[in-house]
Design a protein around this ligand. Structure first.
Ligand SMILES: Cc1cc2nc3c(=O)[nH]c(=O)nc-3n(C[C@H](O)[C@H](O)[C@H](O)COP(=O)(O)O)c2cc1C
Length: 334
């Protein structure tokens, strides 16, 4: 099937990314490595390496290995609070990575300028209108608006509301990619019609054949329903919890119990505030790796978006992209 209507609406996004379809596979820590990233880009989408907590040396290797598997463009996602952010940016520059995605909060001073000076385009996450405008003023090249339906770390607002607020007002100024809760082409078509340059999906690609996620991680996705992908609960305002959407399991229950236990110790004066907050922060350390790589889906963090209910089987990346494009085209024809 050809996709003239979808491709035409995606033109701005594909020109910006340099690929055939403006479907980005959002970086997913531990999942978005050379295998999945190259498969996405080879299938005409846009793969993004998740740097996560990698050292500059590891990122250097990962980019080099990805380049051996694809000659198509791909991006690198860097977390803004990484202690070696500027070194990671340098590594991207050395490899001529065309697009750097900055995630996890406001980019530190000088980071956007350094990426651009190295010749790459900068993409930032804007979970609110004010932030989107700020990024445009900072000369960012494109933004991703990601709603709270998404898997992983999330903001408070849904994709449908962000899209209505931000696309009509800002899509003329900057290419905007919509993320969060997208698993079918009909949704892609509707966001393109609202002015999006393209979309970013994560959850839908976790069970791709080419994804290295452990078979038990994939099984949890195939079994999971939308309602199982819940956000982490904060029990006590003194002990802040960053909202993360993941499949509920033994680990998420124990996290709630842990917060209650630590809050009680605080009340009893048996523990200092700093130590209490550290215990909460450290609860999930290494938990995503435990789930994705080791397959411990009971105690690990099974980050997943609400669209997990639409992930029904393991299939090749090319088939996923083809069905998304077919569905989008059929919707636009209608
Ligand atoms: C398992 C998992 C890990 C993720 N890790 C990251 C990450 O390291 N950095 C990031 O910017 N986004 C991360 N995300 C978010 C994705 O890049 C993407 O924006 C999101 O999955 C899109 O929403 P969807 O899950 O509804 O498709 C992660 C998502 C999942 C499901």
């Amino acid at each position: 099937m050809t996709h003239p209507l979808t491709s035409s609406l995606m033109q701005r996004g594909t020109d910006f990314l340099g690929c055939e379809t403006a479907i980005m596979c959002g970086a997913m820590s531990w999942v978005s490595e050379r295998g999945l990233v190259s498969a996405i880009s080879n299938a005409g989408g846009f793969g993004v390496i998740a740097c996560g907590a990698m050292t500059p040396e590891l990122l250097d290797t990962e980019i080099a290995e990805t380049k051996k598997l694809t000659d198509k463009p791909f991006g690198v996602n860097l977390i803004t609070m990484h202690p070696d952010l500027m070194q990671l940016i340098e590594i991207c520059g050395k490899h001529g990575v065309g697009h750097v995605v900055l995630a996890g909060g406001l980019p530190p001073k000088g980071s956007i300028e350094t990426i651009k000076a190295g010749g790459a385009k900068v993409i930032c996450f804007a979970p609110a209108m004010a932030l989107a405008k700020k990024f445009i003023r900072s000369d960012v090249d494109a933004i991703v608006i990601e709603g709270m339906e998404a898997g992983g770390h999330i903001g408070p607002v849904s994709t449908s509301v962000l899209a209505q607020e931000i696309l009509p007002e800002l899509s003329g100024d900057i290419p905007i990619f919509v993320a969060g809760g997208i698993a079918r082409g009909e949704a892609i078509a509707s966001y393109l019609e609202m002015g999006a340059a393209g979309v970013q999906l994560g959850t839908r690609f976790v069970c791709a054949h080419e994804s290295i996620a452990h078979p038990d991680f994939k099984k949890a996705f195939i079994r999971g329903n939308a309602r199982d992908a819940t956000t982490s609960v904060q029990v006590d305002p003194r002990l802040p919890v960053i909202p993360v959407r993941a499949l509920k399991n033994k680990g998420t229950e124990e996290f709630t119990a842990k917060q209650i236990e630590v809050a009680k110790l605080l009340d009893a004066g048996e523990i200092e505030m700093g130590e209490a907050q550290l215990q909460i922060e450290h609860f999930w350390a290494g938990a995503l790796r435990r789930a994705v790589i080791d397959g411990d889906v009971e105690n690990g963090s099974v980050m997943a978006g609400q669209s997990v209910g639409m992930v029904k089987t393991e299939e090749p990346v090319a088939d996923i992209i083809a069905s998304l494009m077919d569905q989008a085209e059929a919707a636009l024809e209608r």
